[in-house]
Design a protein around this ligand. Structure first.
Ligand code: GUN
Length: 335
């Protein structure tokens, strides 16, 4: 059996970043705003600091403005909510990202609810969660969708084209990843099974999957013998493990070496889903700014957009559901 083809998330993320950069230039050239991303970090968790820094840096590289807010671990919920109110009212800010997890004394649900849904570039506000859950297959996603799930969906569409009729098993039911991945795949016409810690005979279920998404947060949990030969395996896990000689490599939720001879396509860790997440955040921020301006995307910009493979939403088959996130392809000023 041939080895799985690796899905190059780094390369695909680079392409997406480039499209966003061109889109930002186009938006500004056409009288739109310079997209502004506010990043908010409470506390000093080292991993969160790295993530927030890289988000701010990339936003600046793509021609956006980053408003970086670092708050102490002792910040009260009321103080954080007051900052979010300010950012909601600030016309220079089109996207607000509150890095999670928050310190234990702050109620995450209160914070997510406080963010203006139009600026919710994480897609975590209940209104946007509900929009994703009730959006029809093929309809434009003209609201923010959580970044990691959006990246997973893009990788799958880029690799497989239409996902129609495929059985997708999503392991993990978190609000950040598992649930929104399942929703995106459902609206891409997959048959979706959401598996979790209480699922019976998980290996047998996984063996039925044409698409297997592992988002559990347990290192090398999914074994090679769980995978259906030829399946597309997306590994969302990023786990640091202790190895020999004090090394602590990053590994995914899938036992990579075991999966390689069985799967048809496989994302590496690192270099698979990870780079897509931050690129999708840039995509969401750009789109939030464009929506706020009321500008449609001009047809001239079309080559730079992640447009579909020519299949129509009107019945010829599935379009890539991420192909038109609020992006109308008629000239600006069109209907
Ligand atoms: N922490 C881990 N992943 C994420 C994410 O996608 N968004 C935010 N805001 N925090 C996170």
């Amino acid at each position: 059996m041939a080895e799985a083809k690796l899905i190059d998330g780094k390369a695909l993320a680079a392409g997406l970043r480039q499209r966003v950069g061109k889109g930002v230039t186009y938006l500004i050239a056409n009288g739109g705003p310079t997209p502004g991303l506010a990043t908010v970090l409470v506390g000093a968790d080292p991993a969160s600091q790295v993530y927030v820094r890289s988000k701010g840096k990339l936003a600046a590289e793509l021609g956006m403005v980053n408003f970086d807010h670092r708050l102490s671990e002792q910040t009260s919920e009321a103080e954080l909510l007051a900052l979010i109110d300010e950012l909601n009212d600030d016309a220079r800010v089109h996207g607000i990202l509150v890095q999670l997890p928050l310190p234990k004394h702050i109620d995450t649900a209160h914070v997510l609810l406080a963010v203006d849904p139009a600026k919710d570039v994480d897609g975590f506000h209940p209104l946007n969660v509900g929009r994703l859950g009730s959006s029809a297959p093929g309809a434009p996603l003209d609201f923010p969708v959580p970044c990691t799930p959006l990246g997973v969906s893009m990788l799958l569409h880029e690799t497989l084209g239409s996902l129609t009729g495929r059985h997708a098993v999503v392991i993990g039911r978190s609000n950040l990843v598992g649930r929104p991945v399942a929703q995106l795949l459902l609206r891409a016409d997959c048959t979706v099974t959401s598996a979790h810690s209480r699922t019976r005979d998980l290996p047998a279920l996984c063996r039925q999957a044409d698409i297997l998404v592992a988002a559990i947060g347990r290192p090398q949990f999914v074994r090679g013998r769980w995978i259906k030969p030829g399946a597309s395996v997306i590994d969302v896990g990023i786990n640091r493990i202790l190895a020999e000689e004090g090394m602590s490599p990053l590994v995914g939720d899938v036992a990579f070496a075991e999966a390689l001879p069985v799967a048809g396509h496989l994302t590496p860790v690192p270099g698979g889903v990870g780079p897509m997440t931050v690129a999708c955040l840039m995509f969401n921020t750009w789109q939030a700014a464009r929506r706020s301006s009321g500008l449609a995307v001009n047809a001239a910009e079309q080559p730079h957009l992640p447009v579909g493979l020519g299949e129509s939403a009107k019945g010829k088959g599935a379009i890539r559901p991420w192909s038109n996130h609020g992006v109308r392809l008629e000239p600006a000023g069109g209907q």
